[in-house]
Design a protein around this ligand. Sequence first.
Ligand code: SF4
Length: 321
Amino acid sequence: MNAGRTPILAIDSVSVAFGDKVRALDDVSLNIARGEIVGLVGESGSGKSTLCRTLMGLGEATSGTVRIDGEPLADRLDRDRLGFRREVQMLLQDAVASLSPRMRVRRLVEEPLHVHRLPLAAGRARILTLLKRLGLPESSLEKFPHQLSGGQARRVAILRALVLQPEVIVADEPTAGLDVSVQGELLNLMMDLHAEFRLTYLIVSHNLNVIRRITTRSVVMYLGQIVEEAPTAALFRAPAHPYTAALLSTNPVVDPGKRRVRIVLRGEIPSPIHVPSGCRFHTRCPHAQARCRQEMPDLRALGDGRKVRCHFPLAETAGLA
Ligand code: SF4
């Protein structure tokens, strides 16, 4: 992150509770600088979706603050809800399902212009430019979503977002369900668009190869907390948190010489209703010790720009502390 600049998105000590019992997010802090590409990883139930919803203003924080460009999100939504919706766009995991099946692509991509009361002529010209940029033929404007391939549907969803000239794109599993070659093309396109339109990305994915390929910083969540945050290259080279190590060990790698020994975790991620005492990961951690069951570790800085929430970071990186 660029030191000294106001982050475009800042989450400060945000907790989200549902009723008395469920704590979906617990004291999460994260800054995203303008132009950054941040990856968010973790199993289902780790809090990724709740974090994204909170960032998008679709769910309220129980405590803590979300800021956009330094302004509290609640104030921004009161002042200029539509402007915020233009500035921060979300790409949903199921691109076809996110497009209304009864509308042709032309209507789908023009709809945001109507909703946001933007000049139609300029918007339509932008749509034509973006169609070319995204490698979609003009004839695709007359198609219905079910007539598009998975890759084309993603491109239409991206076009719908870009027509509003956003600053931030939150992408949920941007390549899920696509063939490997189409995934590669889409990621290349996203990287090009990032540079061309000076976008900021938050990429949420189970696919660690996607995170590794396009993000510069990665955030790992477990049971509502950030457990590790690091420059992506450092995280993949030597994870400091045992949970990160377990996630990475299941990631298929092309080079057999670099394959990690697979770490099989015990059981499932616990329910947020029954959060374990001490370190939340201790019920599954192969390195757990007595202290881990009693004392919750803080998220603390190590020496290479990373933070880890563990009393005993892995030996490979512990020398950085
Ligand atoms: S604090 Fe203990 S249980 Fe938690 S991740 Fe570290 S070693 Fe494992």
